[in-house]
Design a protein around this ligand. Structure first.
Ligand code: R5P
Length: 294
């Protein structure tokens, strides 16, 4: 649609421009700065009247600021007479907190979805972490579209990693690990994980798998602290794995996670849903194709 305008928010610039270029649509950056007391100020430069606005924002680092920014931007776009406002979230946050794990805790997934429902016409996201609510339509009331980098990951492995065997580090990772393995027609196994805290996970092997003379590729949606991958490494080493790769969709890599993984001898690769030093798989094509329908 000609009236589409792609607007990169503060954490969407690495993809917004690429998406607009692929779609041959106009692009602009949201102007975001802060008042001395840390309040956010946002401003649109172009005229938004009668336009379909696509806000691109990946929610990492200062997640709360990222959330406030898109809500202010969406409401402002409507006030400036935009026709439609759509959110593209290469990485969308708070989906893992999908139940009250401890007494008195907020169910953040439900709360963030409520906010997005209120301010947007639709939301598109890459590989959302869905577990107990396993479909986006059970999480959001607005149109919510799930996109996946699985085929891109499979293509990357095909081009760069011969003779692979795929490992999913926990039960939830099968949606990525098994799917990628099936696409490539190679062997895979899914491990069992128990999480005790953010930095304490234990991983178990259920089914023996031969890693001899293979490149071992751990595939998961998110790497955050990296502890899931480091625990997985212990098992893989016991099995005699030599060449170990980790490919994830969302490389959050908090603190020194990426260095820890590299020091442990793992070759890490991610998509560019979140910009980082190992973001070698570009998701802008998948996102732009999906936006044709906006
Ligand atoms: C959760 O189940 C996800 O799929 C990842 O395995 C998890 O978020 C990784 O977290 P971390 O890197 O902190 O262990």
């Amino acid at each position: 649609m000609d009236s589409m305008l792609i607007v990169s928010c503060s954490h969407g610039k690495h993809l917004g421009y690429l998406i607009a270029k692929k779609l041959k649509k106009k692009h602009s950056n949201l102007i975001v700065d802060k008042f001395p007391d840390n309040e956010l100020r946002i401003r649109f430069d172009p005229n938004l009247k009668n336009k379909n606005i696509v806000l691109v924002q990946s929610f990492y680092k200062n997640i709360s600021d990222c959330v406030i920014e898109v809500i202010f931007a969406a409401q402002t776009a409507y006030e400036l007479r935009a026709k439609k406002v759509v959110l593209v979230a290469p990485y969308f946050p708070y989906l893992r907190q999908d139940k009250r794990f401890h007494t008195g805790e907020a169910i953040s997934q439900r709360l963030i979805a409520g906010l997005i429902d209120k301010y947007f016409d639709a939301v598109y996201m890459m590989d959302p972490h869905l577990h107990r609510k396993n479909k986006l339509e059970n999480v959001f009331k607005i149109r919510a579209k799930k996109l996946t980098a699985n085929n891109l990951i499979a293509d990357y492995i095909k081009k760069h990693i011969p003779n692979p065997v795929i490992i999913g580090p926990d039960e939830e990772s099968y949606k990525w690990a098994r799917n990628v393995a099936d696409t490539l027609g190679v062997e895979s196994t899914i491990l069992e994980k128990k999480r005790y805290s953010s930095y304490n996970v234990k991983i178990k092997l259920n089914k023996k798998i031969s890693l001899k003379n293979k490149n071992t590729v751990i595939v998961d949606d998110i790497v955050s602290t990296g502890y899931t991958i480091l625990e997985t490494l212990k098992i893989l080493k016991k099995l005699g794995a030599k060449n170990i790769y980790c490919i994830c969709v969302h490389g959050i890599f908090v603190n020194d996670a990426l260095n820890k993984l590299k020091k442990a001898g793992i070759k890490v690769i991610s998509t560019n849903t979140i910009p980082n030093k190992v973001a070698k798989i570009d998701v802008s094509g998948v996102i732009s194709k999906s936006l044709i329908e906006v």
